[in-house]
Ligand binder design. Structure first.
Ligand SMILES: *Cc1c(COP(=O)(O)O)cnc(C)c1O
Length: 974
């Protein structure tokens, strides 16, 4: 196939390209004709500036079939060895309840949903996340929790930043970290601290004395070597010195142990992975952060809270959104955007499924086997280091015998951890049975079977905790945790919640900047293969040969796609890519003796994560203006770059711009920054407009992150997981992130920026499969059609709402911003009313008010057919007609279908109907909705009310009755 036959790829009978690309060849021709072009190539030549155009085919192989690619991946996966890994360090074997695996993890109804900004069509996952928060709060004994953070290491770093915001000031800039925290946690905290000028002291919590210079401290509970220690006196000292204590803790252990909130910790962080989420060679899993009420307004990440809807019915939404990084920008203390929603849903559901008794039973079993193991080890003459532990037995073996033990364990395909020379740790988990314990013991018995039974060993063991440690308080007392324990009940609960959420399984989700494209089944299937799921991130490299092979191939392909020399797969979200990329730039300057370069230029229109990341990387943000066409104001850039020339570290630029336009001047912009000694960071969130057509490296960028959950088909999961790998130019390669436990190369590596060496490794097969299925030509075709779809959308909407920014020749890139402010004066209709009314038509709103307040940013992606795009445009056009009726006075300015949108079923099918338009008009505004109606579960959610009355856990049933809404709850129809 050559580029003169652009549609050939879409016509290949057996390859996947035509399944991924929505519009058929005929539909593409029809759209091109509407736009006045003869061919896709002529059209693309008009849109993409010639001076940035990539003129060959990406060297990543041809398009292939689904079966072919999956067969190859199976061969690669088989090179991973699934051993029993008792390595602990925050990662544990777990048994994913099958009802959760199939109905959540493998279910597009859950995994293709977007972040729940449109609360009325996201009540299902909002409830699931509220369960997660309640579970975390109950288990940690603290008053408020978020949902969720990226991993335990970064959660600890967030806790440090939060502690600094609470207590830090000049002269109070030291953070204490207990030396028995997980090693990767210590290093992630160090990396973050160094960038902010915080001094980290790593030491022994038992002997540390708090001076006035200390603003906070981090301890691990239980510690990385398993020890359960009493930190009550430590907390008292910390508080007396005006410092905040964070406990990194293990949720399962807290069913048996006194929770941190009861012994004085102010913050608790950790990983909920062992609640039913496979280890996945490092991720994704949902980390958590819980704290006291007094710190709630400093809590990073997203928080779900209870509010009410227009009918007074309880309704959930993301709380305190004004504190999100989108608003706080350079005042933000955190850059977390995409989190780990799907995994938080799974972990919360694991608690719903097992309930308080079930979780306690699991914890007792794990603890019991650990005690039996201790008894067996003592019989064999070994000394177990700690008396009080939960699941991790720390045993002294001497440096002599150590290798023999490890070899004997390896012979039985068991991984044990070397804590330090002569000391091993064995961390048991819920997958462990009696035979596993005996197998471990045999490793300590010269490889020979031990002459004992676990029952006999248990007779010798005392599973009780000292009363200082034994938990007495109740947890998970809300009925949701005790009413779904049969599979029938659980299945129906999962379906009930799923039914309240609009996902890609219903209709297009045209979110500008977020690229909600197809997440193909073939791409998703490998995620739940045990060869990918059951690997501990710190297994010896030989056991992960398949993963390493897959990483190498993906790194190669992403480097080719971006035009860079190397790629780091460590950042586990776009925000983390930004932070990593800027740290790499910072380190590059330092290595050249230019550590003083700390100014980061950021255009006004940048995504909120950009300035937040710059601040986290220790840079000073200088804002560059944009001109009336939405482009970077080159004159202003030139001026600011010159002004800060000697201090200039970097420019962060999104390309194509967040205004959805290919700026002609981008190469000049990069050149200006280079002239002044700066490096160019490209935010690659808009790569879907570039893959195969232009490459950041060729344009002049030095670093770029890719949101694999946007451009490369990892599903959004309702707000995560994601992956944000970075590509870098040759001069930056030595500084790519390192890792303290696993050697990932890079001579002058910055510290780790994620807990796991390759971030969320187990979702990388999704992008690997996508790239292999599409091949070089197919990826370029996808990009071309994405641009075609966006331009067709802009064209169809032109008479309804003006397109705000276009290039000189009238085209847009892969998304377009339509201006809804034009209707406000005459009708009183706000952009939010339009967004909510779209729900009545069965659609998720586009991006609202970013990057320009009062506008909608629409990104159809290549995966949507012309038919679907037409249906969406028809809805918006019809809404414009409804607005005209308001303008004309035939619809009331206050009581109209827009102001009252969305219309939930309980209101439409009610004996009372007080509106000046019909029920039919409210609920069935288009023909399509009669055939396939999606009912928003609640009416318009009141955010301000919920923020004034902040409640972030499951409410007792009586509270709902107090709200006078028991009746509507009882009519739970979906
Ligand atoms: C999505 C996005 C980000 C942040 O990426 P996350 O993966 O959500 O952290 C940054 N910049 C732009 C322009 C984006 O659209």
């Amino acid at each position: 196939m050559t580029s003169t036959r652009p549609l050939a790829a879409a016509l290949e009978p057996d390859t996947f390209v035509s399944r991924h690309v929505g519009p058929s060849a005929a539909e593409q021709q029809a759209m091109l004709a509407a736009l006045g072009y003869d061919s896709l190539d002529a059209f693309i030549d008009a849109v993409v500036p010639a001076n940035i155009r990539f003129r060959r085919t990406l060297d990543i192989g041809p398009a292939r079939t689904e079966h072919d690619v999956l067969a190859e991946l199976r061969t690669i996966a088989d090179r991973n060895m699934v051993w029993r890994s008792y390595l602990g360090m925050g990662y544990h074997g777990t048994l994913t309840p099958p009802v959760i695996q199939r109905n959540v993890l493998e279910n597009p109804g859950w995994y293709t949903a977007y972040t729940p900004y449109q609360a009325e069509i996201a009540q299902g996952r909002l409830e699931a996340l509220l369960n997660f928060q309640t579970m975390v709060m109950d288990l940690t004994g603290l008053e408020i929790a978020n949902a969720s953070l990226l991993d335990e290491g970064t959660a600890a770093a967030e806790a440090m930043a939060m502690s600094y915001a609470a207590k830090g000031k000049p002269g109070k800039e030291t953070y204490f970290v207990a030396k028995d925290c997980h090693p990767q946690t210590i290093e992630v905290v160090r990396t973050r601290a160094a960038a902010r000028g915080v001094t980290v002291v790593v030491g022994d919590a038992a002997t540390f004395t708090f001076g006035p210079e200390v603003f906070g401290a981090l301890v691990q509970y239980p510690a990385t070597d398993g020890a359960v220690r009493d930190y009550r006196a430590f907390c008292e000292q910390a508080h007396a010195a005006g410092a905040v204590v964070t406990a990194a803790c293990d949720l399962l252990s807290l069913t048996l142990l006194v929770p941190p909130g009861e012994w004085g910790a102010d913050v608790a962080v950790g990983n909920s992975q062992r609640f039913g989420v496979p280890m996945g060679y490092g991720g994704p899993h949902a980390a958590f952060l819980a704290t006291k009420d007094e710190y709630k307004r400093m809590l990073p990440g997203r928080i779900i809270g209870v509010s009410r809807d227009a009918d007074g019915k309880p309704a959930l939404r993301m709380a305190l959104q004004t504190r999100e990084q989108h608003i706080r920008r350079e005042k933000a203390t955190s850059n977390v955007c995409t989190a780990q929603v799907l995994l938080a849903v799974m972990a919360g559901m694991y608690a719903v499924w097992h309930g308080p008794e079930g979780l306690t039973r699991i914890a007792r079993r794990v603890h019991g086997y650990a005690k039996a193991l201790q008894a067996g080890l003592e019989r064999l003459g070994f000394h177990v280091t700690h008396e009080e532990y939960f699941d991790t037995v720390c045993v002294e073996v001497g440096t002599h015998g150590q290798q023999d033990i490890l070899d004997a364990a390896a012979a039985r395909r068991i991984n044990l951890r070397v804590v330090e020379p002569g000391v091993l740790a064995i961390a048991l988990d819920e997958t462990v049975g009696a035979q596993d314990v005996l197998d471990v013991l045999s490793a300590f018995n010269g490889g020979a079977d031990v002459d004992a039974t676990v029952d006999a060993l248990l007779e010798e063991a005392d599973p009780r905790f000292d009363e200082r440690f034994a938990r007495t308080s109740a947890f998970l007392t809300h009925p949701v945790f005790s009413t779904h324990h049969s599979e029938t009940e659980m299945l129906r609960y999962l379906r009930k919640l799923e039914g309240r959420d609009l996902s890609l399984a219903h209709s297009m989700i045209p979110l500008g900047s977020c690229t909600m494209k197809l997440n193909a089944t073939a791409e998703m299937i490998p995620v739940t293969w045990p060869q990918f799921g059951q690997l501990h991130p710190f297994v010896p490299p030989a056991q992960a040969a398949g993963y390493r092979e897959m990483f190498t191939q993906l790194e190669h392909d992403l480097a080719e796609i971006t035009g860079f020399a190397a790629v780091s797969l460590q950042p586990n979200a776009g925000s983390q890519g930004e932070y990593a990329g800027l740290l790499v730039i910072r380190e590059y300057h330092r290595a050249r003796g230019e550590a003083h370069r700390d100014v980061c230029l950021i255009p006004q229109s940048a995504h909120g994560t950009n300035p937040a990341s710059a601040v986290m990387a220790g840079m000073k943000v200088v804002v560059v203006g944009t001109d009336q066409h939405g482009n970077v104001d080159v004159a202003d850039l030139r001026k600011k770059a010159a002004e800060h020339s000697s201090q200039l570290a970097a420019l962060m630029i999104t390309y194509p711009s967040t205004h959805g336009v290919f700026e002609e001047a981008v190469k000049d912009i990069c050149a200006i920054v280079h002239e002044h000694g700066g490096q160019v960071y490209m935010d690659g969130a808009n790569m879907n407009a570039m893959v195969g057509l232009a490459r950041p490296g060729d344009i002049g960028a030095d670093v770029c992150h890719l949101n694999l959950h946007k451009t490369f088909c990892i599903p959004h999961g309702g707000g995560g997981p994601g992956m944000g790998p970075i590509g870098v130019a040759p001069q930056l390669v030595p500084f790519l992130p390192g890792h303290p436990v696993v050697d990932v190369g890079h001579a002058q590596a910055i510290g780790p920026i994620s807990a796991a060496p390759w971030g969320s490794a187990s979702i990388l097969p999704i992008s690997w499969v996508y790239v292999k299925l599409m091949g070089g030509e197919g990826l370029a075709t996808a990009t071309k059609v994405a641009i075609l779809n966006a331009n067709y959308t802009a064209h169809r909407l032109r008479d309804a709402f003006p397109v705000l920014y276009r290039a000189q020749n009238g085209t847009v890139a892969h998304e377009c911003i339509v201006d809804t402010r034009v209707v406000k004066a005459a009708s009183g209709v706000e952009v939010e009313d339009i967004a909510k009314r779209l729900m009545d038509y069965g659609f998720h709103a586009p991006t609202v008010s970013f990057p320009v307040a009062g506008t909608l940013m629409i990104e159809p992606t290549e995966s949507e057919s012309k038919e679907e795009i037409d249906r969406f445009c028809d809805a918006l056009i019809q809404i414009r007609e409804e607005i005209r009726e308001i303008e004309a006075g035939t619809l009331d300015r206050a009581d109209n279908p827009l102001k009252n949108a969305p219309h939930p079923m309980t209101r439409v099918i009610s004996d009372a109907w007080a509106h000046g338009y019909s029920r039919e008009r409210a609920a069935f505004p288009s023909e399509f909705t009669r055939e396939r109606k999606f009912w928003p579960f609640v009416g318009r959610v009141e955010s301000a009310y919920g923020d004034r009355n902040l409640v972030c856990s499951c409410l007792p049933i009586e509270t709902y009755q107090l709200e006078g809404a028991a009746a509507s709850l009882a009519q739970d129809t979906n």
